[in-house]
Design a protein around this ligand. Sequence first.
Ligand code: TRP
Length: 382
Amino acid sequence: MAEKKIILTGDRPTGRLHIGHYVGSLRRRVELQNSGEYDKIFIMIADAQALTDNADNPEKVRQNIIEVALDYLSAGLDPEKSNLFIQSQISELTELTFFYNNLVTVQRLQRNPTVKAEIQMRGFNDDASADNKAGIPVGFFCYPISQAADITAFKATTVPVGDDQLPMIEQTREIVRRFNTTYAPVLVEPSALLPEGESCMRLPGTDGKAKMSKSLGNCIYLSDTSETVREKIRGMYTDPGHLQVSDPGKVEGNTVFTYLDAFCKPEHFEKFASCFVGKKVSFSFASLDEMKAQYRAGGLGDVMCKNFLYEILEDTLAPIRERRHKFEQDIPYVYEVLRKGSDAAREVAAQTLAEVKRAMKINYFEPGILDELIAEQSEKYR
Ligand code: TRP
């Protein structure tokens, strides 16, 4: 029998999802879901992981569970095809984490580049300087191990994530190998599935900064109104050297073009051709390359480019927004999806945990095992 193809991925519920999440993972997940190529798909709201650096803010995490679930459903994740669940409700995951802790060194965790960067970002200094936040929480430091539990509990083969998550997948693979050689070949080594294209890998914020993040206020949310989207696009960072429309413009590092790289499809040029009809000049482009060439040559203004981007984003976001409004009116349904999904996920994780305990010889009271154990120990003392 060929190995089953199983997806597991998820998000921390610390805010609404934005278009960076969309091009970086959400859009892909929906495609994978609808491809029919996967035997099982698990999408997890990682509330326990969110608490590793929000221990003092449980209300924030609780509020954002429903926001993320609404974003999932409105983006097209279908509970009939994808199992949506809440991490903390699967206590088997914490048990697996505890056992995996023995297979990872502190030194190995210290080398994790994503954790290092996050420690910096959150001000978890471990030196005694004035503005430190009293060190690194152990739970936060160890979250790569808990993430390995998330992935392996479902025997996931495929983990669609952004490139910042690669160190977590590598850590997971190491734990799997270590476990399988030390105990028994129970766990499955997963592979990461990265977004296609540079622009989708890490969509910059509207201010051109490297990453969209709520604290920088540079996000376009899936749930933003069309007026808000228009406003945010109007204020977007472009090419600071492109002062006059007639000046040659730079496409590299120009956020409008990065977003176009991520969202624009060839058919958009026909559909939104009117964006390029102006009072003084008009253009007709057949492809993004043609549009870029004109921008580089000069004559194509930022306003036209931004209007075009707005139409494209609206084309994507309007149906999502509409579906969100429907789901917002049926909150009981959303929680029912999460509850059912969590129940189903628990069953799978419990199965893996039983195998793990068996491999680790800590299954004393499993049916059949106890009799064996009693016989063995009685023999010893006979
Ligand atoms: N670390 C992921 C994030 O930052 C969330 C996450 C938790 C996850 N467990 C996972 C992603 C397992 C993929 C697989 O959003």
